[in-house]
Design a protein around this ligand. Sequence first.
Ligand code: PNW
Length: 463
Amino acid sequence: MTQNANFLWGTATSSYQIEGAVSEDGRTPSIWDTFCATPGTVADGDTGAVACDHYHRMPEDVALMAELGMDVYRFSLAWPRVQPDGTGPGNPAGIAFYDRLVDELLDKGIRPWVTLYHWDLPQALEDAGGWPSRDTAYRFADYAAIAYDALGDRVDQWTTLNEPWCSAYLGYITGRHAPGRQDARAGMAALHHLLLGHGLAARVIREKAAASGRSDRLEVGITLNLGPKVPASDSPADVAAARWADGWDNRLYLDPLIRGEYPADIADKLAELGCPLPVRDGDLAVISEPLDVLGVNYYSSHMIQAGPVGQNGWPSPVVVRRDVPRTAMDWEVTPAALTDLLLRLEREYHGPAWYITENGAAYADVADENGYVDDVERAEYLRTHIDAVLEARAQGADVRGYFAWSLLDNFEWSYGYDRRFGIVRVDYDTQKRTPKRSARYYAERVAAEKEKAAKEKAEKGRA
Ligand code: PNW
């Protein structure tokens, strides 16, 4: 097998984290605009109102990707730009921005990879009940149709949702993310309706691609944040705690999407706790609409120990701090677990192609007087994780691409601008972009991997 032929290399961003221009060209507020305006939610009272001003600097940012030799760019559409009230017709002025972005990318030879939902729900839909309301799933499918009609003549890679775990759990249960609700019952309803919305949207996109003769190049999928769990010991209690944690974070999403059923251990416990998944007849067939691609966002793994039973009988596994390096998010750096994860996915969920749709790290960057950051740690993080992905591929996992998170330093949700994930530095006073050492490392690594793949291909051609 030609090892790295056709493997795609890219960077990823999301709309609310970089665009700014929150009230231009007809965009309406999203739940993140509202959340940021609520005191005490985001560090330093930061908001995405300006962010990286990407809305006005898009050609410069695309040029940066081209300089880095990227094949593909994963970005998200802001729903309140494309369809301001979350219902009704599309907004031509908002859609025009993504038209220009897609054209700019294609012009530079970079493939556009669109995510429909990276957390910026139109506030109007939250006011109507948000994701806990079943109706939102149908609204999402309508929005997907508008987006595909606008861009489907040039875009073949479509991701429905980014990390429904974050939307449901952080948004509706812990309240750490927008809309900031703390209601477990609502959170479980949100989760089910997010997945239902995914399935409905995937169907719409598939139908539209078929109608326009683009089915064979279509790759439709979803992106999950997956974190492997390792029990702290082989005691039955620790093993059970790790199994619950894996079920809650990973299987609760993978199983319905790929196997068409919620994991019984988790679903039964949720029902017992008074937070049932509001499944209706036929829902799981929609949710398990075949996926071409499953995107994996990988940051870290966790060692898990049994904890005391928590509030109202909820299992509360405890994360054990291991003696390994950590990032500025306090996330453990565990690249080998990424190889294991991909091999497990191949073994247990064989079917879709896997892409690493996000991987990266925040570090306490220090810029010199020119804005340059010598981020040795981030370059090393990328190196070890790319190695881990290619190792899984060599061992048979069908992983076809890797996206570094993120192209730019950006608005890191409830941490505001205080955490930097970019391989390119952003000076938020001047909006100057300066590639860091990690960007140089990534560009050189990608060039080397492509050269290797081309050589293997040529040799195979001769043989
Ligand atoms: C992902 N957690 O978010 C998102 O897709 C990005 O928008 C974000 O910038 C990136 O990872 C870095 O945080 C996550 O609490 C947010 O486990 C929180 C968690 C995981 C992922």
